[in-house]
Design a protein around this ligand. Structure first.
Ligand SMILES: [Zn+2]
Length: 244
């Protein structure tokens, strides 16, 4: 597989990132990235008092609109960069806060952060069940991923719960360059399971500034080490098949 230039985890000024969406897009073109997602924070846990988040319907609307404008620009100029509307949802938020604010069909990619227990799996399943009840005939359900997932929470006892969950809902594991400890060699059994079960994988840098946008080589090399290129290839096919 040719080296795919993707970074599906980027923060803008809409939460705790340092740059506007336009600046991120401009720099991504400069770097020659092929796929990026803006994934600002959504939470009403303790974190909401520490960092800026997408904390109102109005802010969410502006956020989506601004990404949409950049998508239109890229299309109009025929630039070889796909931009995706993403969001990073803290699963220690309350279920009602998430359901009241988030219409999943407005997003291309939804990341869940802080999945650390079987209870967390049950929480995400409930959210997905509620979301899938609202069917939008002309819109695709977003691609789902786990942000900076730490395998150590599941590795000794709950693999048998985790892997079928990822499989059933087509949820990807993110090789996040800001958390390289989560794809360390000591977790190789976990990555073997991902390979055997054809679980999707992706690359995200958790970028908060422009210099972090291109930290994609190390995660890609790890994906190759673990022979997960096909898993990444499937994810890229999903990205390709999405309409703006
Ligand atoms: Zn993040």
């Amino acid at each position: 597989m040719a080296f795919p230039r993707l970074n599906l985890h980027i923060h803008s000024k809409y939460s705790d990132g340092g740059n506007s969406i336009k600046q991120i897009v401009r720099e991504s073109i400069e770097y020659g990235l092929n796929y990026i997602a803006i994934t600002d924070h959504f939470t009403n846990s303790w974190k909401a008092s520490v960092i800026p988040t997408l904390n109102s319907k109005e802010k969410l609307t502006n956020y989506i609109l601004e990404i949409k404008q950049c998508q239109n620009y890229l299309k109009r100029k025929n630039i070889n960069l796909r931009l995706f509307k993403g969001i990073e949802i803290d699963i220690s938020s309350s279920e009602s806060y998430i359901l009241n604010h988030i219409n999943p069909y407005k997003f291309d990619i939804i990341l869940f952060e802080y999945l650390e227990s079987p209870e967390g799996i049950a929480f995400i399943k409930n959210i997905l069940k509620s979301w899938k009840k609202k069917n939008h005939p002309n819109k695709n359900f977003p691609i789902l991923g786990l942000a900076h997932f730490d395998p150590s929470f599941f590795i000794y006892s709950y693999f048998d719960v985790l892997i079928p969950f990822l499989k059933e809902y087509n949820i990807y594991f993110e090789f996040n360059s800001s958390y390289s400890q989560y794809y360390a060699r000591k977790f190789q059994d976990f990555f073997l399971k991902l390979k055997e079960s054809s679980i999707l994988v992706a690359i995200g840098c958790d970028s908060h500034n422009l210099l972090d946008l291109m930290n994609i080589e190390e995660p890609f090399n790890k994906i190759r080490d673990y022979e997960l290129e096909d898993n990444l290839g499937k994810l890229i096919n999903l990205l390709e098949s999405r309409e703006d």
